[in-house]
Design a protein around this ligand. Structure first.
Ligand SMILES: Cc1ncc(COP(=O)(O)O)c(C=O)c1O
Length: 481
């Protein structure tokens, strides 16, 4: 279990420096196209180290406020246009509900298997930004070396080398987890499934963010549980006062949340909120199922902590996978279930016997050979730039009254279309033009968010994507009139 560790909750020095420069840009003291003070000059002016300034400039670059010109310095970005306002905090009715999304999800996604469809729907990164070649080579190498082991079931808790690598990496999220606590799974979906079954039964109520990833809603639906949607802010995530009130009002069996970069919001729960969330639930002995699948894809310089980092009671079941960072098709995920370890391990065996052997070994080898951090640095930079590019295109082409998130990580945008526009209508018209997009209602237990769409930015910007975003904007504008 966790070792006690001091919590650094205050804002970091580089964030202060970044905030000061952002203010100068906002107040037009530093104008678009103008060079900002060099790293050395800023370090001397602000009496901070060169590396602090570098971190601050990286943060500003990822927020799209400045750009680096090779051999020239840092400049205030000239933006095509200001981004529209952000969506407001969601305000669901305070009642528990049966979930009914799976038919709609099946209809929406059934139509998107065609490889010729422009993929703005499902949230996955393109193979162009993943370590495709290297992993293919590693898989072949591992298969050659594994011999008979490659053919055998890898009984739960799963591949020891992989569990050791996951435990090592958990440190970057502020967690001390023993390899023996980890159970490997077939993707994060299975991890979430096992975690839910370990802590709740049919008929029980699970509190969730809203909007939330439709896969979670489908799990709650198929397990016969009820959802309690909690107001969620597009920047800070779950609204803790609202959650506290709901916990007093309802018998909540567990909370399932994605504090680091909720899909579709891209929200990032501040550390202080994570600590409060864990405390709040700890007092009531309510387990937290934490989905940290996007945690490594932060746009700021530091990997955010998992809420699990604040857990002292073994009540947080941390779930994640390598689907968003290495290889969605390998289906390798994991769960660190805290005090529910035995139950999760047993359920894993009953649910799917074992996780596929070779993909686990290949991912363990990739993590071991040191390429992962380098790969993540490049991936984060690419994704941050892609999200920025897509956001600019949305603000250029979508109708007046559109609102848009500012994700702090991950690779999706949550777009609020003007009131009255039907996202399902936009979705089906887009599909008939060869473009997929995820309509808002699949992200809510009761199919709310009728005028929202989620746009996947996991594919490098191209003429085809540029045309597709412009078409989506036109369809939304037509539906708005
Ligand atoms: C928030 C979230 N959790 C879980 C998953 C499922 O992940 P996996 O493909 O590893 O099962 C996804 C995939 O889109 C996701 O966005």
């Amino acid at each position: 279990m966790e070792a006690a560790r001091p919590l650094a909750l205050e804002r970091k020095l580089y964030e202060d420096v970044a905030e000061r420069v952002a203010l100068l840009i906002e107040q037009k003291t530093l104008r678009p196209g103008e060079r900002i003070p060099s790293v050395r000059a800023m370090s001397a002016q602000q009496r901070v180290s060169v590396s602090t300034v570098l971190q601050a400039y990286l943060l500003l670059e990822n927020r799209g406020l400045i750009e680096t010109r090779p051999q020239s310095g840092h400049y205030v970005r000239v933006r095509a246009r200001e981004l529209p306002a952000e969506p407001r905090m969601s305000r669901p009715p305070t009642s528990t509900t049966r979930v009914t999304v799976s038919d709609l999800v099946a209809r929406v996604y059934g139509a998107t298997r065609d490889p010729h469809i422009v993929p703005l729907g499902a949230a996955y990164p393109s193979a162009d930004v993943l370590p495709t070649e290297r992993l293919n080579r590693l898989m072949a190498q591992v298969a050659r070396r594994a011999g008979r082991r490659a053919m055998a079931y890898d009984a739960p808790p799963g591949c020891p080398e992989l569990r050791r690598q996951i435990a090592r990496r958990a440190l970057t999220a502020g967690c001390t987890i023993a390899p023996d606590e980890i159970v490997t799974t077939s993707g994060a979906m299975e991890a979430l499934h096992l975690a839910l079954r370990a802590v709740a039964d049919a008929g029980d109520t699970i509190a969730i963010e809203t909007p939330t990833y439709y896969g979670v809603l489908q799990l709650i639906e198929t397990l016969g549980m009820r959802a309690l949607e909690i107001p969620t802010h597009p920047r800070d995530g779950l609204h803790l006062d609202a959650l506290e009130t709901a916990l007093k009002q309802f018998r909540v069996k567990a909370v399932l949340a994605t504090p680091n970069f909720n899909n579709p919001l891209g929200s990032l729960m501040p550390d202080a909120h994570k600590a409060r969330l864990v405390q709040l639930l700890g007092r009531r002995e309510v387990p937290l199922i934490e989905d940290d699948i996007y945690g490594d894809l932060h746009f700021g310089p530091e990997r955010p902590r998992a809420a699990r980092a604040f857990d002292r009671d073994g009540l947080v079941l941390l779930c994640a996978s390598f689907s968003k960072t290495i290889a969605p098709g390998y289906r390798v995920g994991w769960c660190a279930p805290g005090r529910f370890r035995e139950r999760v391990e047993r359920l894993k065996f009953m649910h799917s016997v074992a996780t596929a052997t070779l993909p686990q070994m290949a991912i363990a080898a990739f993590l071991d050979q040191g390429g992962y951090d380098r790969h993540l640095r490049a991936l984060r930079r690419n994704l941050a730039a892609q999200v920025r590019r897509y956001a600019e295109a949305v603000s250029e082409h979508f109708p007046r009254g559109t609102r848009l998130t500012r994700p702090a990580g991950g690779f999706v945008l949550w777009v609020e279309l003007p009131a009255g526009v039907s996202a399902l209508e936009v979705h089906s018209r887009a599909l008939s033009r060869g473009i997929s997009v995820a309509p808002g209602p699949i992200f809510s237990a009761k199919q709310r968010f009728a005028n929202f769409v989620r746009v996947n930015c996991g594919h490098p910007w191209s003429d085809e994507i540029s045309r597709a975003v412009a078409t989506l904007g036109r369809l939304a504008a037509e539906a708005a009139t």
